[in-house]
Write a protein that binds this ligand. Structure first.
Ligand SMILES: [Zn+2]
Length: 195
């Protein structure tokens, strides 16, 4: 018997009890990124991908929801860190229009792929803060997908502030310590482009 009334995406059990989920208010972007990078490190240890994210209230600095890349253990290509953090935030707010509830910032350890760029535009976040560049993820084989070269300006024109390269070297260190599966590898795509 099939049940199509709900779509269930798994959130790792350890995430709920992760010791750093109730920080003091983090008012600086760098503080928020430091927490996200710690979360990415923890996710690696738990068998997830080398990516993490979190949504913060921009004004108060409160952490609203964390997210980790759980694609392989959770068996879903939707389970990128940014998607998990945004979906949990919408669940907490009980709304798909986050902007109605305040001003929110999505902090992500690596720049968003084409999937996450699409989703974040529709959620109503007003700020995006990134650690490693897309090319840093591509350097270890992850593909970011076909994004417009001026994606940053496109977000800004929609009223979303973009800050890139925050604690980039720390985020790169997490990427480079990853020894798990590289799904959707860009290496094959680049090979195709070359031929
Ligand atoms: Zn993504």
């Amino acid at each position: 018997m099939r049940h199509w009334n709900d779509i269930v995406l798994s959130v790792p059990v350890w995430l709920e009890t992760w010791g750093q989920l109730n920080p003091d208010r983090l008012t600086e972007k760098q503080q928020r990124m430091a927490l996200v990078i710690e979360l990415a490190k923890k996710n690696l240890e738990q068998g997830g991908g080398p990516f993490a994210a979190a949504v913060f209230n921009r004004d108060t600095g409160d952490l609203i929801a964390p997210g980790v890349n759980w694609v392989v253990p959770g068996k879903s290509s939707l389970l990128h860190a940014e998607i998990m953090a945004l979906a949990l935030t919408e669940q907490i707010l009980g709304d798909y229009e986050m902007a109605k509830h305040g001003s929110f910032e999505l902090v992500t350890s690596v720049e968003p792929c084409c999937q996450c760029l699409g989703v974040l535009m529709w959620t109503g976040v007003s700020s995006l803060v990134c650690g490693a560049y897309s090319e840093d993820a591509e350097a270890i084989g992850f593909e970011e997908g076909p994004r417009l070269p001026d994606w940053e300006q496109k977000l800004m024109r929609r009223g979303i502030d973009v800050t890139r390269g925050v604690m980039r070297s720390n985020a790169i260190a997490i990427l480079q310590s990853y020894r798990g599966e590289i799904y959707n590898s860009c290496l094959g795509v680049n090979d195709l482009n070359r031929s």
